[in-house]
Design a binder for this molecule. Structure first.
Ligand code: V47
Length: 387
């Protein structure tokens, strides 16, 4: 082990905070297994072998987005363009009803920044979910969407969030953070909320009592120092508010977008980011290896490199599948549990706010019906057949 890593190990074992330079050392350290091993030790100290997953559903009720981010394959710039869609609230209800199973605990709603919708659309969408599917916790709207609502409807973040909370919003997902560095944002996502605005939305949400998640998009044009800077800016806000629950690194997918000439990150890049994040983010309880984005195999390996959460059944993810993800569209709970167990870890189902969920067998059987018949030939089902 190099002297620099030995010093970091000493700091970690004494519970001392790591610096920007430590982050850079971890980033460049040639032995990934040593960095990963250190991150896994921290994960074991924080959570033991407990590895969380949940039973959730993703809804993207519109892909119309005025902000033309270069990495995005999901959005269509204007209503009426080929493949642009906007579900009415009634359509969204029908869409959920077709996929909902009693026992599911969460709906994750993320949309494009659609300039043609009224604020009442979002309030009605939340009220509909709360009324028709009362068992679902609503985790909805990224910091970038909240900023879009504030600009479009000429209201403060607090006014927007208060109304959304009154309509049923339970927490916020972590998307839209991308990379905070101005240099990168100017090139890949110049139109939407900037770093300070994204952070200000989350600061406001935390003050109003909402918990939220945070993310980082990596693998486009950012430099290692911009990744470390991003992580430290999240850590700084967390020192102030304590409102982030989980950090989710998001690996760039290069299909169907204007950055298609960039190579996507490799598994080694993915594992290093997970490990460095676990080590630097000493005040964010959880690190998620989002299986849709990493693929099941890398996500499973990441559970031994610092991550302690693998996300959920998901059921019809669009953002990554439109960008070339070859993961299945949903995983049954038994498939998720198996990935965790085969890594030598203990699966624990959680709700959105990380409370363990205890359920009876009947609900579990429902959970394995989350896949539609035509998806039954995918790898998740093969894993299940062998279980
Ligand atoms: O904000 C979009 C990213 C995010 C691409 O909070 C891309 O629990 C890679 O935030 N390649 C949306 N990334 C997804 C998201 C999320 C997902 C799962 C769980 C949670 C949570 C949050 O996806 C966007 C953007 O950062 N993204 N396009 C792409 N081509």
């Amino acid at each position: 082990m190099s002297t620099a890593l030995a010093l970091i190990r000493k700091k970690v074992s004494k519970g001392e905070r790591l610096s920007f330079d430590d982050g850079m050392t971890l980033f460049h350290h040639e032995n990934l297994l040593e960095v990963g091993g250190l991150a896994h030790e921290v994960r074991l100290k924080l959570h033991g072998k407990t590895t969380y997953y949940n039973w959730n559903l993703h809804l993207n009720s519109t892909n119309v987005c005025k902000d033309d981010c270069m990495f995005c394959s999901f959005a269509r710039l204007e209503t009426g363009m080929p493949q642009a869609y906007t579900m009415s609230v009634a359509d969204a209800e029908k869409w959920i009803r077709e996929r909902y199973r009693p026992g599911m605990t969460e709906i994750h709603i993320v949309n494009g920044n659609n300039p043609d919708l009224e604020f009442t659309y979002y309030l009605d969408l939340l009220s509909m979910v709360r009324e028709k599917f009362p068992g679902l916790h609503i985790k909805a709207f990224t910091g970038v969407e909240i900023h879009h609502f504030a600009e479009l409807f000429d209201l403060s973040y607090e006014e927007i969030l208060t109304q959304l909370i009154d309509a049923g919003l339970g927490s916020m997902p972590g998307g839209g953070a991308e990379i905070f560095a101005e240099r990168v944002r100017k090139k890949i996502c110049r139109q939407k909320a900037n770093a300070d605005q994204w952070l200000a939305v989350h600061r406001t949400a935390h003050r109003l009592g909402l918990r939220s998640n945070c993310t980082m998009l990596y693998g486009t044009i950012e430099r290692p120092e911009e990744i470390v800077d991003h992580l430290l800016r999240l850590r700084e806000l967390q020192d102030e508010t304590g409102g982030f629950q989980v950090f989710i690194p998001l690996a760039f997918h290069n299909d169907g977008n204007r950055l298609k000439n960039l190579s996507a990150p490799t598994a080694v890049d993915d594992l290093r980011i997970v490990a460095v994040s676990r080590l630097l983010l000493d005040n964010i309880p959880h690190v998620k290896a989002y299986w849709v984005m990493l693929g099941e195999k890398t996500a499973q390996t990441a559970l031994l490199f610092g991550a302690n959460d693998i996300d959920g059944t998901v059921t019809e993810e669009k953002i990554y599948h439109m960008a070339g993800s070859r993961s299945p569209n949903a995983l049954p709970l038994s498939g998720i549990q198996r990935l965790i167990q085969r890594a030598g870890l203990d699966p624990v189902e959680r709700d959105t706010l990380y409370h363990p969920v205890v359920r009876k067998n009947v609900a579990r059987e429902n959970a394995d019906l989350t896949q539609k018949p035509e998806e039954s030939s995918n790898q998740a089902s093969l894993l299940d057949a062998r279980a």
